[in-house]
Design a protein around this ligand. Structure first.
Ligand SMILES: O=C(CO)[C@@H](O)[C@H](O)[C@H](O)[C@H](O)COP(=O)(O)O
Ligand SMILES: [Zn+2]
Length: 199
């Protein structure tokens, strides 16, 4: 087995590590992550829920994130309300077939979103049409929007209330950082709501 750490396979890990280091070195990004963590906590403290959507690998992220909120992350505790808008094939195919793919998330926001909920929009380009349409639906329903995207931010950056632009232009590298952000948010939410520091 080769000990060469610059082969093609480990290059992916080196690139990923560089993205994480660039993120950690950016004070504004870290402050924004903190603000988003608190926004999630406040959403649950008000009795609201979190809606999450993305395409491709980011659809998997949306489901992963919602699963850990509804079920558990580090410890047993009451469930937290979260819906991934990527999971119901009947809903997705009905809306896609009858209204077009760009409406698949927006219509679910209109159907299931309530004022005070939080929408987490995951798009590495920031330009996926169905995500941008979902944000328009959020505005109609008084739902705040958190964007998870890449370094350009695309159109998502300007349309979000809070946005984390991972400092990379590579879709898989951005997604890898998104997953760590999602885990960090799960851990923060769980801790702050169910095991707050004694005063
Ligand atoms: O997972 C990957 C690549 O790592 C792909 O499936 C990727 O998610 C898809 O190409 C998406 O359609 C990209 O959409 P977006 O992130 O630009 O909104
Ligand atoms: Zn996980």
């Amino acid at each position: 087995m080769s000990g060469n750490s610059s082969n093609g396979l480990s290059l992916h890990m080196q690139e990923s590590l560089q993205v994480f280091q660039a993120f950690l070195g950016d004070a504004a990004l870290n402050a924004e992550l903190q603000a988003i963590g608190e926004l999630c906590v406040q959403t649950y403290q008000r009795g609201n829920k979190i809606l999450i959507a993305g395409n491709g690998g980011s659809a998997a992220d949306a489901q992963h994130f919602a699963g850990e909120l509804v079920s558990r992350f580090y410890f047993d505790r009451p469930p937290l309300s979260a819906i991934a808008l990527t999971t119901d094939s009947s809903i997705l195919t009905a809306i896609g077939n009858d209204y077009g793919y760009k409406e698949v998330f927006a219509r679910q926001v209109l159907a299931n979103g309530c004022a005070g909920d939080l929408f987490i929009a995951i798009s590495t380009s920031g330009n996926s049409e169905n995500i941008l349409h979902a944000i328009e639906a959020c505005r109609q329903k008084d739902i705040k929007v958190v964007g998870l995207t890449g370094q350009s931010g695309g159109k998502l950056k300007a349309l979000s209330d809070h946005c984390l632009c991972v400092p990379s232009a590579s879709t898989p590298r951005i997604q890898e950082c998104h997953l760590v952000i999602e885990h960090a948010l799960c851990a923060h939410i769980e801790q702050r709501i169910f095991r707050p520091e004694p005063v």
